[in-house]
Design a protein around this ligand. Structure first.
Ligand SMILES: [Fe+2]
Ligand SMILES: [Fe+2]
Length: 133
């Protein structure tokens, strides 16, 4: 699996949100490299933990901005965040139950999980916030 490369196509138009996304992309790449290099299971689990914690923090950041600037789509957006965290935790559980084996399909799932939300839901929010901030 190739690295995710940060580019303008990923920008949602708000610097502080883009900065968070950049960090998430770089954590994703660290995880991807570790899987390819066959790093120790406890190290893989630690990166996944970091990615999930960072995502939880990032979602609170977006939710605060949506609240501050009166974004109408906040409830739907928050629901999507909750679903994303739930599915990442389920994946983490699955990995723990299968002796920390991270499969290619898991990495593809995480890539989709990360990108799809940025390209659609975050971009919509970013377009609004960029005008209000
Ligand atoms: Fe985001
Ligand atoms: Fe979001």
């Amino acid at each position: 699996m190739k690295d995710l490369v940060w580019g303008h196509i990923l920008s949602v138009g708000v610097d502080e949100i883009d900065d968070d996304h950049r960090k998430l992309v770089s954590l994703f790449n660290i995880l991807n490299h570790s899987v390819m290099e066959g790093d120790a299971p406890d190290y893989l689990a630690a990166i996944l933990d970091e990615l999930i914690n960072c995502t939880v923090w990032h979602f609170s950041h977006e939710e605060r901005l949506m609240l501050k600037y009166g974004y109408k789509g906040i409830a739907e957006h928050k629901m999507e965040h909750q679903e994303l965290i739930k599915s990442a935790k389920e994946l983490q559980q699955k990995i723990l139950q299968t002796d920390n084996l991270v499969m290619n399909e898991d990495i593809e799932f995480l890539e989709h999980w990360l990108m799809e939300h940025i390209f659609t839901t975050d971009l919509k929010m970013g377009t609004y916030l960029a005008m209000e901030m």
